[in-house]
Design a protein around this ligand. Structure first.
Ligand SMILES: Nc1ncnc2c1ncn2[C@@H]1O[C@H](COP(=O)(O)OP(=O)(O)OP(=O)(O)O)[C@@H](O)[C@H]1O
Ligand SMILES: [Mg+2]
Length: 395
């Protein structure tokens, strides 16, 4: 009994230590300020709050900081991290058994009891309806996950807060969640600080590295994920090595960044994947109406599909009517097409690199397989789109 009391007191002390986790993070105070009115902590109502934004923008990081700051003032708390990757639905299971399994994991984590067995889906509401809980469901990508773990606000006791992070805004609509924090790209000054924290362990570039740092930030397009991975990549390297490594980053996408971003691409259906690749390779920054004109025959309901990609934060629409895809996502699209046939460019769905187009046009081996791609390229070209490099024209 003494041992148990000691452990309980120790746990209470650990949990009540204020978190200093955001010391190394940039702009976190501003995020917390913006989250405050959404969290509205001084009311007894139960609130479900969404955090929405593209992959790698910092949703999990923000949710983690909020959780660390607040969890000590709730009776029970749980942070279910990266649900889309860690709790995938077993193949062949029906909706009910998938939900049961998810609720089982959820209950086991929130009550800190291993091997909990739940017979039906009413258990969560039964056990939690009079408890003030803080729940973070991070990286949700399917409705079934919310149905299993936080279907209704009244499942939880007064004062509870449920925070859900996702790339897919549609999930919020489907579950009637209206308190949403949309995470924006950090301003350039902040992006520089994020990059420098990872590259130099301080928030500004070391002497002599200013220009190189700006070049890398430009490549990462202010995306925190890119800034972190590229920053860590350069940590401890000399100026000469930086200069050697930079071209590699310019020409290809780092494997870690690629695998994280590809998660979102893999979750699309085949038609949406195809549209994603068209945008990545040809229509990024182009007017929506131009894309609609050119792809109307290729895709049924192009506009609706564009909206799906926008809801999943893979593209956005500018105020002046263009489609914007983040440069790392566009690079991912290019890599996917390139990987369709690494050694024989003529076998790929598209050709968009001027040099490769010239090579393929100059060789004769792949001409027949190129036929299709060429028709496509020429089709766009004759529609006066400036989509191809000069080398294609000269080729
Ligand atoms: N404000 C910040 N300061 C420093 N680093 C940050 C900041 N925000 C995010 N990062 C870093 O960027 C990376 C990506 O952030 P995070 O995992 O939170 O993105 P996400 O939006 O949850 O992505 P996904 O949609 O793939 O889950 C993390 O490694 C994180 O440490
Ligand atoms: Mg995340």
């Amino acid at each position: 009994m003494i041992k148990k009391i000691a452990i309980d007191i120790s746990n209470i002390l650990i949990n009540s230590t204020p978190s200093r986790d955001f010391d190394g993070l940039v702009g976190m105070r501003a995020h917390l300020e913006k989250m405050k009115p959404l969290l509205c902590l001084d009311t007894d109502e139960v609130r479900i709050i969404g955090i929405w934004g593209p992959p790698g923008i910092g949703k999990t990081t923000i949710a983690r900081v909020v959780y660390n700051q607040l969890s000590h003032s709730f009776q029970l708390s749980v942070f279910m991290e990266n649900i889309k990757a860690n709790y995938t639905r077993p193949t062949g299971s029906d909706d009910y058994s998938a939900k049961l399994q998810l609720q089982q994991m959820f209950m086991s984590q929130i009550t800190k009891q291993k091997d909990i067995e739940i017979p039906h889906l009413g258990v969560a509401q039964d056990r939690l309806k009079d408890k003030k809980v803080l729940v973070v469901l991070d990286g949700v990508n399917q409705s079934v996950q919310l149905d299993a773990m936080a279907k209704e606000a009244w499942w939880f006791g007064p004062g509870s807060r449920i925070i859900i992070t996702t790339q897919d805004q549609k999930l919020f609509r489907a579950h009637g969640i209206n308190h949403i924090y949309k995470v924006d790209f950090p301003p350039t000054e902040e992006a520089l600080q994020i990059f420098c924290m990872y590259a130099f362990g301080q928030n500004s570039p070391k002497d002599g590295f200013q220009n190189l740092a700006w070049k890398v930030i430009n490549l990462a397009g202010n995306l925190p994920l890119g800034l972190r991975i590229m920053g860590s990549y350069f940590r401890g390297t000399s100026r000469e090595e930086w200069k050697k490594l930079l071209p590699r980053l310019e020409n290809s996408l780092d494997a870690d960044i690629q695998s994280i971003l590809k998660f979102s691409y893999d979750a699309l259906d085949d038609e949406d994947k195809n549209l994603f690749l068209h945008i990545a390779c040809f229509f990024n920054g182009k007017e929506i109406k131009i894309l609609e004109e050119h792809l109307a025959k290729k895709f049924v309901e192009v506009r609706q599909r564009l909206n799906v990609l926008a809801e999943k934060s893979l593209i956005s629409f500018s105020n002046w009517g263009t489609i914007e895809m983040h440069k790392l996502l566009a690079k991912l699209g290019g890599e996917i097409v390139r990987n369709q046939s690494i050694h024989e460019p003529g076998q790929r769905q598209f050709l968009f690199d001027g040099e490769e187009i010239c090579d393929v046009l100059n060789g004769d081996a792949a001409v027949s397989s190129l036929h299709c791609s060429l028709q496509y390229l020429v089709y766009l070209k004759t529609n006066h789109l400036d989509l191809f490099s000069c080398s294609f024209i000269s080729g």
